[in-house]
Design a protein around this ligand. Sequence first.
Ligand code: MSP
Length: 517
Amino acid sequence: MGDDVFYITTPIYYVNDVPHIGTAYTTLAADVVARFKRQQGREVFFLTGVDEHGQKVALAAAEKNESPQAWVDSIVSHFTDTWELLNISNDDFIRTTQNRHAKVAQIFIERLKEKGDVYLGSYEGWYCVHDETFLLSSQLTEGACPECRRPVDWVKEENYFFRLSKYAEPVLKYIEDHPDFVQPESRRNEVVSFIKSGLEDQSITRTSFTWGIPCPFDARHVMYVWFDALLNYLSAVDYGTDDARFERTWPANWHLMGKEILRFHAVIWPAMLMAADLPMPEHIFAHGWLTVEGKKMSKSLGNVVRPDVIVDEYGVDAYRYYFMREFSFGVDGNFSMRTLFTRYNADLANDLGNLESRVLTMVSKYREGLVPEPGEPGDEELVLRQRAEAALAAATASIEALAFNEALAEIWEFVHAVNRYVDVSAPWALAKDEALRVDLDRVLYNSIEGLRQIALMIYPYMPSSAGKIWEHIGIEGPITSAAMPEAGSWGGLASGLKTARGDALFPRKMEAPAEAT
Ligand code: MSP
């Protein structure tokens, strides 16, 4: 169960807007994990997609004088294009307007109804259209939505309800019995207190508009957008339609999302799964929010940063590196052009780019570009090897815990170690004396082996740069065919490969961005 396929998800994004660095954050993190798992030899199913129903989308379409379907059709490519730009390796892209999804959502709601967990009632209370959330008076902040601070609407309509209250105790017990289920711990504690404060039954259909999946047992109702949206995690793996595939893939290993939508994933979703007698996902992780130059991103402030602006200037791998290195995934972080500029020049252009270029230049100059024989390792080589093994082990443990910044810090310890190794071994001095030929061979070999190890370690974060290093070293086949951990054993580099100096991986940026001056 779930052991066969490693299944990781992002939230499905509302299509009322185009992606920005905040929405791209979850997708990027999921991609890093997916690539890491594939590199480890796991079969991976990495799912992302878009959330196309709901009142917010219906209103956005009406404002543009378009049908909701035409509106979502016109927006969706902004998402697929952005994921392509960011080199996202998702295995599927689900749209909730697809038939495969509607069918499964209908099967699911029927099952809950048959079980007696769905009943007809009437809802009277507040609704935040922006967050598509039903709210109690006690949850409002100064009369507004506690999350987005926008005005809320008073809603009175006939709805079907899901008996969420019935599952409060079992969900709480599950969370308490499985400390790794909801992460990080601070968020888990919030979820626990929320459940302990009491759960009301949840409206799961709407009758005041029609843009949604029709309720199979009552044509006047469409499904509440969050109920429909959560089910994407099941519909994409053929729940109720292809049992063999579903069994191999479900449960998900990781559901990743931002902190503001954790409650849906850690309270309502587990309750829905329990009601359908389905296994729980293995882990649910809520990451922090990104601000821009200290402020929340918003259209009205005009400070929304789109990924392409950064990619155009710095390249896709610098984008990926920066967001994974600069922030701790579980807490809020602040994006600034200055920290991006600094990290780019220090970590990428200087530490890694220069290392690659000086090693390959020396191999070209002293050995006609051919990887020499390793010879017998001395103390320096043994230390270097031990550093590589330690970095790989630590980076692996960190990525498994979604501590991407720590993993990269560990990898950069090793980048520094290779730089120091080159400095202290001074191949340029050895090259002056033909009697030291074997020493020079050894130093060059180990320096290139260091680069090879770095390529393997950075692959999940910077797949195209890792691929370039791989290619420059002259290793046959793409880096994606190198299976870890075997490929990472020290000394796996073959002598005699023909290296090639390519263009600089990360050309140095001279001009600091405006705020940095
Ligand atoms: N459609 C729902 C999710 C349904 S999942 C069954 C939704 N969509 S969303 O487009 O509003 O947000 C999707 C994700 O983007 C969330 O994980 C959210 O946290 C993330 N982010 C949006 N802005 C963000 C930042 N400024 N910073 C970090 N992540 C942010 O909610």
